[in-house]
Design a protein around this ligand. Sequence first.
Ligand code: ADP
Ligand code: MG
Length: 367
Amino acid sequence: EGRETRLRVVLRVRPLTCTETRRGDQQVVHSLGDGAVHVSAARHDATFGFSAVFDAGASQEAVFEGSGMRQLVELAIDGFSCTVFAFGQTGSGKTYTLMGPLAQSETQPASPALLGLMQRSFSCLLEQSRSRGSDLALSASYLEIYNEQVRDLLSPGPPCALPLRWSKTRGFYVENQLSVEFESLEAIVSLLLQGSQRRRTSAHALNRHSSRSHALLTIHIRSRAVSAHPAPGEGWGLGARRGGTNSPTAGGSACPSKQGTLCFVDLAGSERVKETGSSGELSVEANSINRSLLALGHCISLLAKPRGKRTHIPYRDSKLTRLLARSLGGSGITLMVACISPSSRCLSETLSTLHYASRARRVTSRP
Ligand code: ADP
Ligand code: MG
């Protein structure tokens, strides 16, 4: 607490798809073990290091256990603001890593072995809450940023834009976002499905179900555990509930409670308009996606400088960076899962993801 901690970056290399194999694409990315990955192609030869590398053979479970996701869930229960975000080119496996193939075919449920980081974290969270015997109040909100508009994915009816505001105490926050309480795995998985179906996706050349928006699902965890030690001021009849005004330490309730968050961010993929064959509305989308990813990249490269040498961080450049401000530079704890394709055809995007992700490893925050 209060100490500087680094953003944790892990890499996932997806297997070649059937199309890529049929086309005879070369595999240019090779895991070397110990968190190292090697890219070798005609004019490129480079090695990158991460906290962990998952290659094509890695199971969803291995990614959950090896990425530090379980610890992140525990830290969120302990009251920290935790974020995991999937980053990478369109079609590189971000949604697969977070949700598994489930969100992509509505007709047949995915096998449990294929469930992604999100469902695994939900189970872990509910298990922990049961085993700790503490009384946790859980709720979820689900937003997307589409064409620089923040929309609520849980509220019924057509999506409408919500205002993004800033206050001294809360930082950036979305006004009027719906937060739905849940107590079971079925309930939260069904919220995830409902929201994901509302999310803007459109088919283009690289990925049949490409996400055209950034999606942020946040679990709010409030622990109502009764503390053995009364809050300061309580014994003096100064608890806030009774209208006490002169005890700054009494907080908002008679017994201290912890409030953590666990946020899952599925970023829309970067893409080059030429490659995906996007035009018209699609290219407007692509441009706003690319602009916000550029803003994110810019913030990350500034945040990667040593604290003393940092200049102003332009979080306000995009809605995405505003919403991620706390996780990236503030008091959050963040895990980044960089996703890449091993195919020779994706080489330049892959190298750009690897450079971006390496830079992100130097970002620090103070939880
Ligand atoms: P993104 O969200 O980055 O655009 P997706 O997660 O939709 O990409 O993945 C693109 C395609 O590759 C999907 O058909 C998905 O099922 C498949 N895929 C991605 N990662 C894996 C993996 N680790 N194992 C098997 N298939 C994968
Ligand atoms: Mg996706």
